[in-house]
Design a binder for this molecule. Structure first.
Ligand SMILES: Nc1ncnc2c1ncn2[C@@H]1O[C@H](COP(=O)(O)OP(=O)(O)OP(=O)(O)O)[C@@H](O)[C@H]1O
Length: 336
């Protein structure tokens, strides 16, 4: 059933990489949606498939070995999966924009900031040349760059990391997209600049009225910014809910483990909790059963034999775990 309210609706997405002639899925059966103006945070440890999922939405997977081989990515009801590069170029930067961890990789080092900013507007609007440069300058001011008239003549290496990320945000919002995908936008920045950039994204989100899909490791950021949270583990969504229920009523053992690894002011602990083990690599993913089983403190024998499905435990709260599987009601009372 299609979600009428959704701006973006991902349905049963499978993205695979060809490794040694075999397809291994970095994203396996992912479904969730983003509503207009909503901030959805996607969390999970490194290697859980968050970036591959966002590159799938933008259709920017490495061409030599990556491909979407099942599922739909509906943007305003239209499936992006069958679109070619030319058709996607109409959407990227205009309807959906993306900012990355390291802006230096997305900016061209040999072109001025002004040239790169102008290009986005030239590609997606009919504005005249002089208007375009003025618009680029006003976008840079909108993201808090005061020397915008000078900055347009500078090259990316002449700016600090925080300034470069501001430029990326200005480019991303140039055409007032309805969706901004931000993949760890502050990881490469120091802590004070991180806070400024997140504040800027919130301010811009409000001004432009766009939805944001924010990928982050940082649960503090999630608490601060998210309306809804999607928890990913080993290429799958294991829990999805509004932010309050994720923090106050987490269900999946992985979500609970992630939360217990956050330092808390009220607890005087010398050693922080960590989740034992690592996310399995694509080649070592279990073929059947739960992908978290080897690290799960609540694993049961059937977890190795049955693929858990993502199912609602209550309206708006979904979990992929046999502890909450409707066919095993007796287990529900045991957890928490
Ligand atoms: N080009 C590629 N070829 C083969 N495997 C890949 C490729 N890109 C990513 N992977 C694998 O896909 C899995 C998911 O990676 P992904 O980068 O999406 O994780 P992530 O959750 O975004 O991690 P991080 O937080 O470190 O960015 C990992 O096992 C990774 O090694």
């Amino acid at each position: 059933m299609s979600n009428q309210e959704a701006l973006l609706e991902i349905k049963n997405l499978h993205t695979g990489f060809d490794i040694g002639g075999e397809t291994h899925h970095a994203v396996k059966d992912v479904s969730f949606s983003v509503k207009p103006r909503e901030v959805v945070c996607v969390v999970g440890e490194s290697g859980c498939g968050k970036s591959v999922m966002s590159l799938s939405i933008m259709k920017l997977l490495p061409k030599h070995n990556g491909k979407i081989d099942k599922g739909e990515i509906l943007f305003k009801g239209k499936d992006l999966v069958p679109l070619n590069d030319k058709e996607m170029n109409q959407i990227r930067g205009k309807d959906i924009s993306m900012i990355f961890q390291e802006p230096m990789t997305a900016l061209n080092p040999v072109l001025t900031i002004g040239f790169q900013m102008d290009e986005v507007l030239i590609n997606h609007t009919n504005a005249k040349k002089e208007e375009i440069r003025q618009k680029s300058i006003s976008l840079l001011k909108q993201v808090g760059i005061s020397r915008a008239e000078q900055i347009v003549h500078e090259y990316p290496h002449q700016l600090s990391g925080g300034m470069r990320q501001r430029v990326m945000i200005a480019m991303a919002i140039a055409c007032q997209p309805q969706l901004l995908i931000a993949d760890e936008p502050t990881t490469a920045l120091d802590v004070t600049v991180q806070a400024q950039i997140l504040e800027l994204i919130t301010k811009i989100q409000d001004e432009v009225g766009m939805a944001v899909m924010l990928i982050t490791h940082d649960l503090g950021v999630v608490a601060e910014m998210a309306d809804r949270v999607v928890v990913m583990y080993a290429g799958q969504v294991v829990e999805e809910s509004d932010v309050d229920r994720i923090f106050y009523d987490p269900k999946h053992p992985y979500t609970r483990a992630l939360l217990s690894s956050i330092p808390r002011m009220e607890e005087e602990k010398e050693v922080l909790n960590t989740i034992k083990g690592i996310v399995p690599s694509l080649k070592n993913m279990p073929e059947v059963g739960c992908r978290f089983v080897d690290r799960c403190p609540e694993a049961m024998p059937e977890c190795r034999k049955i693929d858990p499905l993502l199912g609602e435990t209550e309206k708006g709260h979904s979990v992929r775990c046999l502890l909450y599987d409707a066919s095993k009601p007796e287990k529900k009372s045991e957890v928490r």
